[in-house]
Design a protein around this ligand. Structure first.
Ligand code: IPE
Ligand code: MG
Length: 221
């Protein structure tokens, strides 16, 4: 969800105002994805690198995450959405960690959709943590298989992403789902995240449907 800062400065607002506008953009996007048959969504909200931002901004973001869970949890639960944190929860404040963990518990049996929220997430760190976990559990790392690594990631049990939408025109993955995105289709739009809406979801999915996915093989003609 990139471009909150640019959206705000372009309007003479503070970066935090941009993040607030970014939060408002989430619900219509998830609803449109769901309407179009996309029932597993991951929002990249805060990376392991984002801690380097000014502490005011980090604090405001953490506050927004807490507020958003408090405000949205009931409705998400009613809509059958299962919420999961993708990221290292140990480094979050007690308040945020407890809110996230409660949201996960409350929604654990929901089956209509899965919403992964990536907070304190980094693809490289996720791999390091996974390997440490395997080693700690006594796995023979000299014989490690792809399936074991996949199963030790935060996304264990979920399919790999089919499509990654990147807003605000950046042509990079920024450490997002490095392992899982090996064959994800990438879609980059110049639209800034707070402006990204149902129409933009439609454009991204239209583009995705035109792609031929070969997974390194040859498509039979
Ligand atoms: C993305 O918007 C939001 C988070 C990382 C939380 P940015 O804050 O990166 O927006 P730009 O890149 O400055 O426009
Ligand atoms: Mg950015």
């Amino acid at each position: 969800m990139d471009g909150n800062g640019r959206w705000a400065t372009g309007r003479g607002l503070s970066r935090v105002d941009g993040h607030k506008a970014g939060v408002k953009a989430i619900r219509p996007v998830i609803e449109e994805l769901d309407r179009q048959g996309v029932h597993i969504v991951t929002l990249y909200a805060f990376s392991t690198e984002n801690w380097q931002r000014p502490s005011d901004e980090v604090g405001a973001l953490m506050g927004l995450f807490e507020q958003t869970i408090i405000l949205e949890l009931d409705e998400m639960h009613r809509n059958g959405i299962q919420i999961r944190l993708i990221g290292r929860r140990e480094d979050l404040s007690d308040t945020l960690r407890n809110l996230v963990t409660d949201a996960e518990k409350v929604t654990a049996n929901n089956q209509k959709a899965i919403l992964n929220v990536a907070i304190n997430y980094g693809g490289r760190k996720e791999l390091v943590w996974a390997i440490r976990e395997l080693a700690g559990a006594g796995s023979d790392l000299a014989k490690v298989e792809e399936e074991q690594i996949s199963a030790a990631l935060y996304t264990a049990g979920l399919p790999d992403p089919d499509l990654i939408i990147r807003t605000a025109g950046e042509m990079r993955t920024s450490n997002f789902l490095l392992w899982q995105a090996a064959y994800a289709e990438l879609y980059v739009t110049d639209v800034l995240w707070p402006d990204f809406g149902a129409t933009d979801v439609g454009l991204a999915l239209d583009e995705y449907r035109k792609r031929t996915r070969k997974f390194g093989a040859v498509v039979p003609s």
